[in-house]
Design a protein around this ligand. Structure first.
Ligand code: IPE
Ligand code: IPE
Ligand code: MG
Length: 240
């Protein structure tokens, strides 16, 4: 993680930040195409931006962030692109391992990462192991993640264990990283206004924010703008 001091807007109330911010990092391909570059350059730029935004989320004092990195549907893409995405993620985890520990940041994964290429599985296992006792921040990478797949796994696990679920809270314990709070704020970049199978269960009451900006161009300042928007919202959870 690189050190970059960013000014914090006076409009942003640091005492009312989300506990868990989740980001659907979309638009890497279009960012690259617009510049006459191959799509994989977009994923490289997207990963550089991921580092910057994680750093800023951490600096603001938000304690948990989930990033949608690779969906269960992204296997439909050309193999070359899939390999490109996995390579940038692997390099990131390998290079930044120590800085996570220094920052007391724990890395966890949502999704069946055992199905990824072995080198990436090894990198993921290493970083999870290395950061498992870190407490200040949790970085959750959603890789080979799909909301429906996650729910199906939960249902099957309950059936296999002969478990009768008495409440939605009981079911939530069967999801990936059930110790994390549900995301209170979800951002999607690139102008698409859909969930694309992201955290379907956990997002029941999340505040949603959409921006047209492609992920590699989404800056710390835009993150602050989104957070200011979040702070203007009245969350009712069905009550008055
Ligand atoms: C998001 O960018 C990254 C992944 C899905 C891995 P895209 O690759 O979807 O970029 P666009 O949407 O094609 O521009
Ligand atoms: C969602 O983006 C998945 C990730 C950001 C990892 P997609 O680009 O795959 O979503 P669709 O296909 O436009 O719905
Ligand atoms: Mg996309």
């Amino acid at each position: 993680m690189e050190a970059r001091k960013i000014k914090i807007s006076k409009q942003l109330d640091l005492n009312r930040l989300p506990k868990h911010i989740a980001i659907i990092m979309d638009g890497n391909g279009r960012w690259a195409t617009k510049r006459g570059l191959p799509r994989n350059m977009g994923h490289k730029a997207g990963c550089e931006n991921l580092k910057r935004i994680i750093e800023h989320i951490y600096d603001l004092g938000i304690s948990c962030a989930t990033f949608y990195t690779f969906s269960t549907e992204n296997w439909k893409r050309p193999q070359e692109e899939i390999d490109g995405i996995f390579n940038v993620v692997r390099d990131y985890l390998d290079e930044d391992g120590d800085s996570f520990v220094q920052k007391d940041a724990r890395v966890v994964v949502s999704g069946d990462y055992s199905k990824l290429p072995q080198d990436l599985v090894d990198s993921i296992s290493r970083i999870i192991q290395k950061t498992k006792n870190c407490k200040t921040f949790t970085l959750n990478l959603a890789i080979n993640y799909g909301g429906r797949d996650e729910i199906l796994r939960g249902v099957n696990s309950a059936i296999e264990n002969g478990q009768k679920l008495d409440s939605t809270a009981d079911f939530a314990k069967l999801l990936y990283n059930a110790d994390l709070p549900e995301p209170d704020f979800v951002i999607r970049t690139s102008g698409e206004m859909r969930l694309s199978n992201f955290m379907l269960w956990q997002m029941a009451y999340s505040e949603l924010y959409f921006t047209k900006i492609y992920w590699p161009s989404f800056t710390e300042k835009q993150l602050q703008k989104a957070l200011i928007d979040f702070q203007k919202r009245k969350r009712r959870f069905g009550a008055l």
